[in-house]
Design a protein around this ligand. Structure first.
Ligand code: ADP
Ligand code: ADP
Length: 225
């Protein structure tokens, strides 16, 4: 479903010339697979995710989703970021329904669809709250609900739980696992936490830094139904 072939990416760093963030990265992700990209800060994890999201241009190599080259963001791929993803001036419900409005879905229907997603992340009672009234864990639940409301084929998750305390993170792991079991979305999940990668994913791709490369990969032998 996601096919990355020999992609390299350099950033123009005004002070030190060209900086190579990714060097000849190739990877394939199958439909319904939950794959983690694991590696230290700065190894290029977010860069890969942003390329797949269509948020960054690339000069070398090819990135395809369902056989089609990625040139821009699309409704088949939605990103969940680490934080600050919700619009502070909208209620939680309005946040979750936001993309549906952009899609041209009518008010009654989009509220129903948004409420359905809120139920899945246990936020129904907080529909009319504003983001600043929610805990960190609840904000990330809302961000996940907003992504799922768009019904993308692929969820791109960029360290979604990194800013949470350990206890909240464990709860969110369980909830994400349940969501994945129910929806079987293809998930590309970024983390620098090996425990998180192993708990959540089918397969872990380990990156090394300077320049960013995929060093090795391993399959997690989880007993998944
Ligand atoms: P990670 O997600 O693994 O922490 P990133 O993909 O964010 O790593 O960054 C990889 C490298 O590319 C880092 O050294 C970072 O400083 C550099 N980089 C990322 N984005 C930019 C940018 N827009 N301009 C210049 N350098 C960047
Ligand atoms: P999380 O549920 O994301 O782990 P907390 O541990 O902070 O976040 O919250 C525990 C519980 O407290 C929540 O499930 C919720 O029922 C309640 N709660 C948190 N923030 C609020 C709020 N702003 N208003 C009302 N109840 C809240």
């Amino acid at each position: 479903m996601i096919q990355i072939d020999h992609v390299s990416k350099s950033f123009d760093q005004r002070t030190g010339g060209n900086f190579m963030a990714l060097d000849d990265v190739s990877l394939n992700i199958k439909e319904g697979e939950f794959v983690s990209l694991l590696g230290p800060s700065g190894c290029g994890k977010s860069t890969i995710l942003n390329l797949v999201a269509g948020l960054e241009p690339y000069a070398q190599g090819s990135i395809k989703v369902n056989g089609k080259s990625i040139t821009a963001p699309g409704p088949d791929r939605v990103v969940v970021f680490q934080e600050h993803a919700l619009f502070p001036w909208l209620t939680v419900l309005e946040n979750v329904a936001f993309g549906l409005k952009q899609k041209g879905i009518g008010k009654k229907e989009r509220i129903e669809m948004a409420m359905e997603q809120m139920k899945l992340v246990h936020l129904s009672k907080f529909a009319d709250r504003y983001p600043h009234e929610l805990s960190g864990g609840m904000k990330q639940r809302a961000a996940i609900a907003r992504a799922l409301a768009m019904d993308p084929q692929i969820l791109l998750m960029d360290e979604p739980f990194a800013a949470l305390d350990e206890q909240t993170r464990l709860i969110l792991h369980k909830e994400l696992e349940e969501i994945w079991m129910r929806t079987r979305k293809t998930i590309l999940f970024i983390t620098h936490n090996i425990r998180e990668a192993v708990i959540l994913s089918d397969r872990v791709l380990v990156m090394s830094t300077r320049p960013g490369k995929i060093k090795k990969e391993f399959t997690v032998q989880a007993a998944r139904p």
